[in-house]
Design a protein around this ligand. Structure first.
Ligand code: PEP
Length: 266
């Protein structure tokens, strides 16, 4: 079952050029042990995907694209389609809050992108999460409900098995550098949100789907708080931004995911 493995995703955002990404990967590969119980996914700049896909050992790391366009081909200047990414990446981050809030991506765009990824054999990681003001107004559940209902509309139960949901409260995301000191939810709060997400999946797709789907936490995850989130009920891994750019920090997070699942299996 897919939830037997912890999933750790490093989102490098718009950092590291092609050469830097290659050097970083080389360094990280020397630090990260291959573990059967942890899957590590890297999301570099789009520009580096092709070269890193030749450099990586896919038993150690997989690749994700940070965004894609939902049409397969055509007159869409500047866009890259899932069809073009097929075979290069295993995963696609879809609906990241920076895409939603800075680039005006709508729930309909998110839905279309999920479907495009699925029809091209790419596993979507659907990001959902409330802003600070939505949280202050007690709207977290409403926001998550709407994002899940819209993002997963028209998906079959079979397709859902290829989808991961990442709970990323927008107010907890670091600016890339302050990930060690930025406010985050408590692990038990992330666990209650994961339970809400599973209830929502239950309403839409049934009990089995709800217990099988992977739910990640993202927002200023670092080597100090990783074990807490990874041990929280219903959390199957982490989406890591700022801390994934520091090889030492990121490799420690990966090691904690392994140690946590080793303890859980005892
Ligand atoms: C993100 O933006 O997906 C993220 C998790 O960032 P950070 O870890 O830096 O908060």
């Amino acid at each position: 079952m897919v939830r037997d493995k912890k999933l750790i995703v490093g989102n490098w955002k718009m950092n590291l050029d092609t050469n830097e990404a290659s050097l970083y990967l080389h360094k990280l590969a020397g630090m990260v042990k291959m573990r059967r119980d942890v899957e590590v996914v890297l999301a570099p700049t789009l520009l580096a995907l092709q070269s890193l896909s030749l450099q990586i050992d896919r038993r150690q790391f997989k690749l994700a694209v940070q965004n894609l366009y939902w049409r397969d081909a055509g007159a869409y200047t500047g866009e890259v389609s899932a069809t073009q990414l097929r075979g290069v990446v295993d995963y696609a981050i879809v609906g990241h809050s920076e895409r939603r809030h800075i680039f005006g991506e709508t729930d309909k765009d998110v839905r279309n992108k999920i479907q495009a990824a699925l029809r091209n054999n790419i596993r979507p990681i659907l990001c959902v999460g409330e802003t600070a003001s939505e949280r202050a107004d007690n709207e977290t559940n409403d926001v998550l409900h709407d994002q899940l209902a819209a993002g997963l509309a028209n998906i079959t139960s079979d397709e859902l098995t290829h989808i991961t949901v990442a709970y990323e409260p927008v107010w907890a995301l670091s600016n890339g550098k302050d990930f060690a000191s930025h406010p985050t939810p408590l692990p038990e709060d992330a666990a209650s949100v994961a339970a809400f997400i599973r209830r929502q999946i239950d309403h839409m797709f049934g009990k089995n789907a709800a217990s099988d789907i992977r739910v990640l936490y993202g927002g200023s995850a670092n080597s100090h708080n990783a074990s807490g989130f990874l041990g929280a009920e219903g959390i199957d891994g982490l989406l890591v931004g700022g801390a994934s750019l520091n090889a030492q920090e990121f490799s420690e997070i990966i090691e904690k995911a392994h140690k946590g699942s080793a303890v859980a299996k005892k």
